[in-house]
Design a protein around this ligand. Structure first.
Ligand code: ZN
Length: 286
């Protein structure tokens, strides 16, 4: 081997080392950039839930308000039926850097649903039940305002009951000819007594018999995501109980303002109403 051969061999191995080092640095930087603040699942649409992935040590804010980050770096936000404004999610990292992710909910078309033949006292309640309705609303909003670090919202939601879908999220409702608030749940027609299962892990935060919604269960899935089950025949659980996805929590009924046996399932992110069908996917055949 000549001197020049040794020189070339040395040059090449040094070069190679530098290249590997540069490549590894790029990979580290690329993975940092990719996981700093991004959509992990879901998409920004009216009634949609978006899971964001960030640095577990990041401090997240959404339009200036703190957004809880789970230990694995995931966080959740939801969009109401009528949301159109973009929201800025800002991640502030311990090293002082920050990133912004702008989410703009895509608009959807909603149907009109007419329901006639309801007892008139359910459409326009008499004065003497208005106090009770106000108390019911307060109890429901308190349950939905609970903030916990449960992680049920990270699971793939399952349908709590199987059956024909007779009412969908977002439809404008006309009850006995009078326009009313949109429907925020998904109605699943099923026989009285059909089991209602927990769509994801959670803790029961409310069980009560309410004027409009009959026997009602609210379940906290963590980080502001809750499920509400209406018109039940029976509740098989009590407040404070922790339940696993698939556990039976009650039975389908027709209590409250209801025209037949069905389960009305709702999902909230705090006060925002989400579309359960976007979370649970298509109804399995059975
Ligand atoms: Zn309904």
């Amino acid at each position: 081997m000549t001197i020049s051969h040794i020189f070339i061999a040395r040059f090449t191995s040094t070069n190679c080392f530098v290249l590997i080092l540069a490549f590894m640095t790029m990979m580290v930087l690329a993975s940092r950039t990719a996981t700093a603040l991004e959509i992990f699942s879901g998409h920004a649409t009216q009634g949609g839930m978006v899971i964001i992935k960030t640095d577990p040590l990041a401090h997240l804010t959404i339009d200036g308000q703190t957004l809880a980050v789970a230990k694995n770096g995931l966080a959740v936000i939801g969009f109401h039926r009528d949301d159109i404004a973009p929201v800025d999610v800002v991640a502030q990292y311990p090293d002082g850097r920050h990133d912004t992710l702008t989410l703009t909910p895509t608009p959807r078309e909603f149907e009109e649903q007419r329901i006639d033949g309801l007892p008139q006292n359910m459409v326009t309640p008499p004065q003497d039940v208005l106090d009770r309705i106000a108390r019911d609303r307060e109890e429901v909003s308190q349950a939905r305002a609970i903030t916990s670090d449960l992680n049920g919202w990270q699971q793939d939601f399952i349908w709590p009951s199987h059956g024909i879908i007779t009412g969908i999220y977002g439809s404008r409702r006309i009850l006995n000819g009078q326009p009313r608030a949109p429907h925020y749940g998904i109605d699943i027609a099923a026989a009285i007594g059909t089991p209602v299962k927990a769509p994801a892990d959670g803790v029961i935060t409310m069980v009560d018999d309410l004027y409009f919604t009959g026997i009602t269960i609210i379940m906290d899935h963590g980080h502001g995501i809750s499920s509400t089950f209406l018109h039940l025949d029976k509740a098989n659980i009590s407040v404070g109980m922790a339940v696993k996805q698939g556990d039976i929590i009650g039975e389908v009924g027709s209590t409250g303002r209801s025209t037949g046996a069905h389960l009305d399932w709702r999902i909230n992110w705090f006060t925002k109403r989400l579309d359960p069908a976007l979370l649970a996917g298509s109804m399995p055949n059975s």
